[in-house]
Ligand binder design. Structure first.
Ligand SMILES: Cc1cc2nc3c(=O)[nH]c(=O)nc-3n(C[C@H](O)[C@H](O)[C@H](O)COP(=O)(O)O)c2cc1C
Length: 544
């Protein structure tokens, strides 16, 4: 028996599919007058300006993923500022013929940036502990509430280690302004990308980031003081999740907060007003309805058991981990004659497999629920064609059983879950299913992320969102891996859902394609000028 909640969420998913003959409902034009501000400030609160990094953390490429060589740094203002700069800060300004826009370390569909971050920080030399909002444009923290040191001491004793909390939230209107009803999906993709960004940046400081899976959304919104804010209607922040970040070494930290601490945080005296983002908002009702149904209740602590697994390829990169993070960009066009090597391809896929104590999947969001349907165009020593990468072996026989019977399922490598389904030139099909976007057909490979869907949403409706977060995290790994190998990737949120399922031969919703991605040799747009990320701030010098 499927619950009404799950059924309605699945209905939202169906209603927001793009079809060849009809796209999901959206405004259909850009209402520039009402474009939401991609940066939020909380006004009338004390502001803490963060120093910019004078030098990046020294981790090499491997240190993106592995933690053992990244010395745990003390949690002080400078390291916290560096962590924010390298996770959710700006990465550049771009300009062309009179218009100028910023880019960030975390990507976002349409560059609309629905994700906001709030931190619960310990007292430090220069400032009291408190609940702070991160303002990425000013690279500053806005103190919305002060925490007395005794509350903080109880938080430390609860976790058994120093650390801090960071929550990410979505403002749906920022995405629905352009994308209408499908925007809830994009906000959740973006949250997944942001979650991976937090994990990678924490790693560079020798810290570990874990997802606090016990807390309900209501509890998180209470401790962030959202019950005490009068958000402008439709400009509310809806919480995605909260993570605890701590120096590595502590084996099994709690995944929740005790009720008395939740109550004390919720009762803090919160100050400040969330600045209005646009003149007028449109109520895409189905988004708010689905968000209500997909709210997370409080749940028992779960641990995701991850395996130790050697890397398939001993890959390296001339870039440091921080350079990779800073240089990440979305490709806007690819050289369709550009080949990538087999070892680059295998290294990228391999990094999407979760491993114990390896970022970003050791945040322990979920056991793997998502697999990759690959359209391979230009990979040395690999026959062009359709491939399938199985991120959780237990799903293999079910997927085979519901797929087209003429697919080969021929293993490509020993001890690597990659299978050839069919040889052939899939450029046209890849492009066509990704809303006719050239970038899916002219790259070295593109892919659809195929998630276990019906059973997951039926069992736990709130995990509809986790499916998208997982795909966003995989996307972030692919973005960084592409950059590390001198290539470039792009997330693709626009695709014809059922056309992808037809390629697989799926006839029901046991598995659904939730996100696409493409990787190849990029062609730069020479018309664009690039400026450093913080040259708009007086007296701020970025890492050269
Ligand atoms: C969830 C998601 C969906 C996206 N969908 C598309 C897409 O369909 N087509 C495209 O060209 N770019 C897409 N992008 C790339 C964004 O446009 C890009 O991230 C944004 O403009 C910021 O640029 P940057 O990634 O270079 O920082 C997507 C990105 C994300 C995170």
């Amino acid at each position: 028996m499927i619950s009404e909640k799950a059924e309605e969420i699945i209905n939202y998913h169906e209603a927001t599919k793009h079809h060849f003959e009809q796209y999901a409902r959206s405004p259909g034009y850009m209402d520039w007058q009402n474009q939401p501000n991609p940066f939020r400030s909380y006004t009338e609160v004390p502001v803490l300006r963060l120093p910019l990094l004078k030098a990046d953390p020294p981790a090499a490429y491997r240190g993106l993923y592995e933690r053992q060589d990244n010395l745990p740094q003390p949690i002080i203002l400078e390291t916290l500022a560096g962590f924010l700069e390298l996770s959710l800060g700006l990465s550049a300004w771009k300009a062309v013929s009179g218009s100028r826009w910023s880019l960030r370390i975390n990507p976002s569909s349409g560059n609309l940036h629905p994700t906001e971050a709030h931190l619960i920080l310990p007292p430090m030399a220069s400032h009291p502990g408190g609940v702070y909002h991160y303002n990425a444009l000013g690279h500053l923290l806005e103190r919305r509430a002060e925490i007395h040191s005794d509350i903080w001491q109880r938080i430390v004793s609860h976790f058994g280690t120093d650390g801090f909390l960071i929550a990410i939230n979505s403002i749906f209107w920022r995405e629905s302004w352009k994308y209408g009803e499908r925007a809830f999906r994009y906000c959740n993709h973006d949250a997944g990308h942001a979650l991976a960004c937090l994990s990678f940046a924490a790693n560079l400081y020798g810290w570990k980031c874990v997802f606090l899976n016990e807390l309900s959304d209501e509890e998180i919104e209470a401790i962030l003081g959202f019950e005490q804010i009068r958000f402008r209607k439709l400009e509310e922040e809806h919480t995605d999740c909260i993570c605890f970040i701590y120096p590595r070494g502590t084996a099994d930290t709690p995944r929740g907060l005790p009720d008395p601490i939740i109550a004390d945080l919720a009762n803090l005296a919160f100050k400040g007003e969330a600045e209005i983002l646009s003149q007028k908002c449109i109520d895409w009702e189905i988004i708010y309805q689905t968000a209500r149904l997909a709210k997370k209740p409080s749940t028992a602590k779960t641990r995701v058991e991850l395996q130790n697994r050697n890397w398939l390829v001993d890959a390296s990169s001339p870039l440091s981990a921080a350079e990779i993070v800073r240089n990440r960009r979305s490709a806007i066009a690819f050289d369709d004659s550009g080949f990538i090597t087999g070892s680059q391809f295998f290294s990228m896929l391999d990094k999407t497999l979760p491993r114990r104590d390896i970022a970003p999947f050791d945040v322990e969001l979920t056991e793997p629920l998502t697999h990759l349907l690959l359209f391979v165009h230009n990979v040395d020593d690999l026959t062009p064609g359709l491939y399938f990468f199985v991120r959780k072996n237990a799903d293999l026989s079910e997927i085979k059983g519901i797929s087209r019977s003429d697919y080969q399922w021929a293993p490509v490598e020993t001890n690597f879950p990659l299978y050839l389904l069919a040889e052939g030139n899939y450029r046209q099909q890849a492009m066509m299913v990704s809303c006719h976007q050239d970038i899916a057909g002219s790259s070295a490979f593109s892919l659809g992320m195929i998630a276990k869907f019906r059973d997951v949403v039926t069992a736990d409706p709130h995990r509809y969102r986790h499916l998208f977060w997982e795909t966003g995290m995989i996307g972030q790994v692919l973005y960084l891996e592409a950059e590390a190998h001198g290539l470039r990737g792009t997330g693709i949120g626009c695709f014809f859902d059922d056309a992808v399922h037809e390629i697989m031969g799926f006839s029901d919703n046991r598995y659904q394609s939730l996100y696409h991605f493409t990787v190849g040799k990029p062609i730069e747009d020479p018309r664009l000028t690039t400026y450093p990320p913080y040259n708009h701030l007086p007296n701020h010098k970025s890492v050269p």
